[in-house]
Design a protein around this ligand. Structure first.
Ligand SMILES: Nc1nc2c(ncn2[C@@H]2O[C@H](COP(=O)(O)OP(=O)(O)O)[C@@H](O)[C@H]2O)c(=O)[nH]1
Ligand SMILES: Nc1ncnc2c1ncn2[C@@H]1O[C@H](COP(=O)(O)OP(=O)(O)O)[C@@H](O)[C@H]1O
Length: 187
């Protein structure tokens, strides 16, 4: 069995990580996406076990105690973590696995998996980040404010990562991401 590759996509909430990953996986269906656990309430249309594994805080804390996450972090008042077992199974099968996680979790992955490829996504400007967060109309004003506060810190950490991509024109960002992951673009 060959070990797979681990790729981390990080950057502020609302920058377009999820959007980029959806497009990347349309072009490269062989890429596996890790499904995170969270204590956040499901948004309308989100499905347990598909978008996230939705857990109560005590259940999440039990899993922390059992060392069931390869990384976890608190973000905007909720816990988020990457389940260890499914990731290790996919990697052992030789799959390439992508994590879409915030910066603190990405730092933990760097420590545990130094060979992982870590990609940081920038917004074209802070004003555009705010516009995207508001435009998707999914979070309360309080949740948006917490994401924007956190974004300021996260943007300062960009230099810690292997590759930095700016998500201005989506096609350009996708191409840069493809080059980072595969060494070439299909576009
Ligand atoms: N550390 C960590 N962060 C995660 C994980 N899953 C999601 N996140 C990040 O948590 C933040 C909030 O996620 P979410 O509430 O779904 O909001 P959204 O990404 O802005 O739509 C985002 O930056 C996600 O990338 C995880 O397993 N671990
Ligand atoms: N390159 C882009 N140009 C304009 N809008 C974008 C771009 N990428 C993403 N968006 C929009 O920005 C919002 C946030 O994107 P999303 O993928 O949910 O971000 P994240 O997963 O990083 O929180 C969505 O409404 C999405 O359609």
């Amino acid at each position: 069995m060959t070990a797979g590759k681990l790729i981390v996509l990080t950057g502020p909430s609302g920058v377009g990580k999820g959007t980029l990953l959806r497009s990347l996986r349309q072009r490269h269906p062989e890429l596996c996406l890790s499904i995170s656990a969270t204590t956040r309430q499901p948004r309308q249309g989100e499905v347990d076990g598909v978008d996230y594994h939705f857990l109560t805080r005590p259940a999440f804390q039990d899993k922390i105690a059992q060392d069931a996450f390869i990384e976890w972090a608190e973000f905007a008042g909720n816990y988020y973590g990457t389940p260890r077992q499914s990731l290790e199974t996919q990697m052992a099968q030789g799959h390439w696995v992508i994590l879409e996680i915030e910066v603190e979790g990405a730092r933990q992955v760097r420590r545990s998996f130094p060979e992982a490829l870590l990609v940081f996504v920038h917004p074209p400007s802070f004003a555009e980040l705010e516009r995207r967060l508001r435009g998707r109309d999914r979070d309360s004003e309080e949740a948006i404010q917490r994401r924007l506060e956190r974004a300021k810190e996260e943007l300062q950490a960009a230099d810690e990562f292997d590759v930095q991509v700016t998500n201005g024109v989506i096609e350009d960002a996708l191409q840069a991401l493809e080059v980072a992951v595969f060494g070439e673009s299909k576009a």
